[in-house]
Design a protein around this ligand. Structure first.
Ligand SMILES: [Ca+2]
Length: 437
């Protein structure tokens, strides 16, 4: 404390030690106009050329606050308004003072975070983030457009680049004193090759004769893409979808490879285990004493176990199933086969023997409500024939057989069918129901 006090006294002494012969200061100022106008953030400079010899102190004040103690005053007004700038020169003999009234006007000065670029590149699906930066200016209204559509009125724009194309971005910032405009192109680059597969599991299990279908869905980077599917090193398809039936049991390797025009590639492989499944005879009715409960109809008289009305090369067995739809009302003569007791995920086929006499009936089946035509339509001869149907293996629970359909798919009624049939007995015979792998 004592030391500080001594020092203060010492400095005071030095002031007092100014030569008594000092004269009042004089200076020439770089600016003689006293009313000045300048834009905010513009460099502002004044200087004083002190013409008095000897020791002179120069000080610059802005609104009474000391800002510099040199003869040159470089300054920047960061906010609009009216300021008083004062220059003060002192000697021991007196002071020299000049003041200016400085009007600082607002300006709009802006830039975008993308700088002066007219083209910027981004990857498809990325968000384009651009900030409109206000360097100087107040109450700026922002307006962003992408391809002439207004997308934001905020300073920060976030826009997802969904499409593979050039987007035209434009920005306008405005306030009371100015307007800032800028446009630029965002060139969207293709993403790397990316593929989704309908079958992601690498280990697959199939039944004999079952068809394997795998689809390669190109998500991105598909320009000039080529597909190649191999089964045990042999090319079997060059389309996006593999559709391949495995006729024999065994273990197979399915390999896929895609290459696009940029040379990017995607590969994936699957191990497919194909197991044999035997044909399952559901019923041949030879040993049945009553109709198995899985067969049903609402027609009357409906189903009955009867002797084979026509033994021939296709069916010379003794007992068969008969379906009769009495009356003359419209009917499909349908019967339901409840297959819920079978593992229908093992089977892709269903067949039975049909004898329809001379009736012009063209049966089809419905697998859980979906129509399936026979592989070969009923031939129309007055003999036994085998009808086979194919479908995807699934957990089917019911097969409906529409036995008495006309050639055009309609139900039959009474009387002759299609005008060319010698009889319409509304009766058919069935035998040997089988499920096929
Ligand atoms: Ca039989």
């Amino acid at each position: 404390m004592v030391l500080l006090a001594a020092c203060a006294v010492c400095m005071a002494c030095e002031e007092d030690a100014e030569p008594m012969e000092s004269v009042e200061p004089e200076a020439e100022l770089s600016e003689t106009q006293t009313d000045l106008t300048i834009a905010v953030n513009e460099p502002f400079s004044l200087s004083a050329n002190v013409t008095t010899e000897g020791r002179v102190t120069s000080k610059w004040y802005v609104d009474g606050v000391l800002e510099a103690a040199t003869t040159v005053f470089d300054y920047k007004f960061t906010a609009p308004g009216i300021y008083v700038v004062k220059y003060e020169a002192r000697t021991g003999a007196g002071e020299f003072i000049r003041t200016w009234r400085v009007t600082v006007t607002d300006v709009l000065e802006m830039e975008l975070s993308v700088g002066d670029s007219t083209v910027v590149e981004r990857i498809q699906l990325d968000d384009m983030m651009v900030m409109a930066v206000v360097i100087s200016g107040e109450n700026v209204r922002h307006l962003w457009k992408v391809d002439d559509v207004v997308v934001s009125d905020e300073a920060l724009l976030k826009f997802n680049l969904a499409e593979l194309k050039d987007y035209m971005f434009s920005y306008v910032g405005e306030n009371e004193v100015g307007r800032f405009e800028k446009t630029f192109t965002v060139h969207v680059l293709e993403r790397p090759l990316e593929i989704a597969f309908s079958e992601e599991d690498a280990g697959l299990s199939l039944k004999e004769n079952q068809t394997l279908e795998i689809t390669a869905d190109v998500l991105y980077g598909g320009s000039g893409v080529t597909h190649e599917w191999k089964v045990n090193d042999e090319v079997v398809s060059t389309s996006a979808t593999l559709n391949h039936a495995f006729a024999e049991e065994g273990v197979y390797t399915v390999a896929y490879k895609a290459v696009n025009s940029k040379g990017e590639s995607v590969e994936k492989s699957w191990t497919v285990t194909v197991v044999a499944v035997d044909i399952t005879l559901m019923h041949n009715f030879e040993a049945e004493t009553s109709i198995p409960a899985i067969y049903s109809t609402v027609n009357t008289p409906g189903l009955a176990l009867v002797d084979n009305p026509l033994k021939d090369d296709v069916n010379n067995s003794n007992k068969v199933l008969r379906q009769q739809a009495g009356g003359t009302a419209s009917t499909s003569g349908f019967m339901d086969v409840d297959v819920s007791g079978f593992d229908m995920t093992q089977y892709t086929g269903f067949r039975f023997k049909l004898y329809r006499g001379q009736n012009a009936y063209f049966p089809y089946i419905e697998v859980d409500g979906t129509k399936v035509d026979p592989v070969t339509p009923a031939s129309g001869v007055d003999a036994w024939e085998t009808l086979e149907f194919r479908f995807e293996a699934n957990a089917w629970s019911k097969i409906t057989i529409r036995l008495m359909k006309t050639a055009s798919g309609g139900n039959i009624t009474g009387g002759n069918i299609d005008g060319s049939v010698p009889d319409n007995t509304r009766t058919v015979y069935l035998d040997d129901f089988e499920l096929l792998p």
